[in-house]
Each structure stands twice: as structure tokens, then as C-alpha cells.
Design a protein around this ligand. Structure first.
Ligand code: PLP
Length: 281
């Protein structure tokens, strides 16, 4: 099945959809986005995605007129049109369509909403991933889910060319997050993860992982860790809405010891229960 596209109310097969050249997403990446998994038309952790989306809009000062309920209706229309029981849902809002100038368009220009729905089964396997450490050369608005992803794209491409699955970004040896994931470590039975600040995206799955840890009595420290600490950790966890929870098997070509196997498996199993419970599958 092909993906379904949506642009400002119009729905069709993605190949047939068109975006105007002057959409500010095209030449500035001037917008923000969200991505998550849906099962039978229901988006996992919908409220967390919506909360973050409206925070991103506020961070970029984009005057998006649709309420949460109205946005939900448009996403529902796309999910219904796609008919996919297991889907990934992506949506973005750009500042609008206008001649190219850096300053904001005037108030007659409204933001553009773009949505795609693609077939995607959730990966609840917890399968291992290979990581490559790459310097984090991004700006200081990483908490806003902007369309500007060039450093992330260069980093994961570098990882792919080195035979790895994900790039772990670091600033002067301190791990921030992955190119499109959050990174956490388990050490001595506790979870360590970068604090929520301007250097990382507040991942929805990071939030789920912290909930699951606390429910299992696993101590959580929202404190930065270094590449060295990551390499010496008992486990290194990778989370995202699309990927779920995984662990690292290799970092920079060296094996990870996976010393907290039981704890890791308990977390993957709890995540599976949480996902399936909320999705009623
Ligand atoms: N960090 C970055 C830079 C991301 O792009 C993503 C997901 O796209 C994440 C973390 C994980 O966030 P979430 O769990 O909300 O998917």
C-alpha cells in the first residue's frame, strides 16, 4: 500500500500531492513536525505528541489556528483514508506560503498543514543496534521539533556508511541524544538520561521509559553522561516513537557488554505491554 498524503485539507495518494514552491518549509524548513505510530486509527501517546507539537509551534511563534480537536479530526481523516491498521503518522506545520524573505509573512498568510500516513508495524522486538559517536553540531533549540534536520541527517548518514544503525551525538564528549532517538544508559541498576534542556528533544518514548523505570522501582537520574561512561555502561538504550526501545550491541565498532540483560528485557516487555494495552491489541 502506498502512503496517504494531506495538504491543507486535500487528501490523496502521496505521489499525486503537491506543495507550493513558496511554502516556507521548502526553502527555510520554517516549521515543526511530529511523528508517531497508530494502530486501528489510534495514535500511541497522542496527548504527549500534541503537547510537544503545540510547544514547538509556540517556540517558533507560528500562529497555527487549528485546535487540538480540529487537528485530531484532520489526522483521523487521513488515517481513515489510508485504511492502514498499522501506520506511522507524520504531520508538519510551516509558517505559510509567501515570497522568500527571512522575516515572517504578514498576518494574512496562514500556516500550512501537511500530513502523511504510511504503513508501519510497531517494532516491539527490542533488537540490538550498532551506534557510532558523532560530534553534535546542532543549534540550541533541539527541544523544538523543527524541520531543520541537516546535522541529524549528516550524522546518521555517517553512521550508516560506517556500518552502524544510529549516530550518538555528543558535545565535547558529553552525550546528548541520537540523530533521531534519545539515548540512555543503565549502570548499577539505575537509568541515566540527559536532562530536558535546549540540547535534546523531549522524546515521548523517553517519557514512557522513565515511567516504566519508576513503576519497576528503577532509579532514574536525569543527568548527562560522557561517551566513556556510555561505553562502560551495563546497557545503552535507544528510544523513539517509531523504533520503540532498543539496546546497543556495538559502539564505535566495540561490543557493549549487555550486563543488565534481565533489567533490559523487563523494560522491553513492559513497553510492549504498555503499547499493546493502550492500542488495545
Ligand atoms: N531525538 C530526536 C532528535 C528525534 O528526532 C527523535 C524522534 O524523532 C527523538 C529524539 C525521539 O523522540 P520520540 O520518542 O518522541 O519519537
Amino acid at each position: 500500500m502506498s502512503a496517504t498524503g494531506y495538504y491543507n485539507g486535500e487528501i490523496g495518494p502521496i505521489e499525486s500531492m503537491r506543495v507550493p514552491m513558496n511554502d516556507r518549509a521548502v526553502y527555510f524548513g520554517d516549521g515543526c513536525y511530529e511523528a508517531g505510530l497508530a494502530v486501528n486509527g489510534r495514535l500511541f501517546r497522542r496527548d504527549a505528541h500534541f503537547d510537544r507539537f503545540y510547544r514547538s509551534l509556540a517556540g517558533l511563534r507560528i500562529p497555527f489556528a487549528l485546535s487540538r480537536e480540529a487537528l485530531q479530526r484532520e489526522i483521523d481523516r487521513c488515517l481513515a483514508a489510508s485504511g492502514e491498521p498499522y501506520a506511522s503518522v507524520y504531520w508538519q506545520v510551516s509558517r505559510g506560503t509567501d515570497a522568500r524573505h527571512h522575516t515572517f509573512p504578514d498576518e494574512t498568510v496562514s500556516p500550512n498543514l501537511l500530513i502523511t500516513v504510511s504503513p508501519k508495524a510497531p517494532d516491539l522486538s527490542g533488537a540490538p543496534m550498532k551506534l557510532l559517536t558523532v560530534p553534535d553540531v546542532r543549534f540550541f533549540m533541539c527541544n523544538v521539533k523543527t524541520l531543520n534536520l541537516i546535522p541529524n541527517i549528516l550524522a546518521i548518514q555517517q553512521a550508516k556508511e560506517a556500518g552502524a544503525d544510529e549516530a550518538v551525538l555528543h558535545r565535547d564528549g558529553v552525550v546528548t541524544e541520537g540523530s533521531h532517538t534519545n539515548i540512555h544508559i543503565i549502570r548499577d541498576g539505575a537509568l541515566f538520561t540527559h536532562p530536558l534542556d535546549r540540547l535534546i528533544l523531549p522524546g515521548v518514548t523517553r517519557g514512557v521509559l522513565l515511567e516504566l523505570c519508576r513503576a519497576q522501582g528503577i532509579a532514574v537520574y536525569e543527568t548527562p553522561f560522557t561517551i566513556d561512561e556510555m561505553k562502560r555502561a551495563d546497557e545503552v538504550l535507544i528510544t523513539s516513537s517509531i523504533l520503540g526501545i532498543h539496546r546497543a550491541s556495538m559502539i564505535d565498532g566495540a561490543p557493549v557488554e549487555n550486563r543488565a540483560d534481565a533489567l533490559y528485557r523487563a523494560l522491553v516487555s513492559a513497553y510492549r505491554d504498555c503499547f499493546c494495552g493502550e492500542m488495545r491489541i
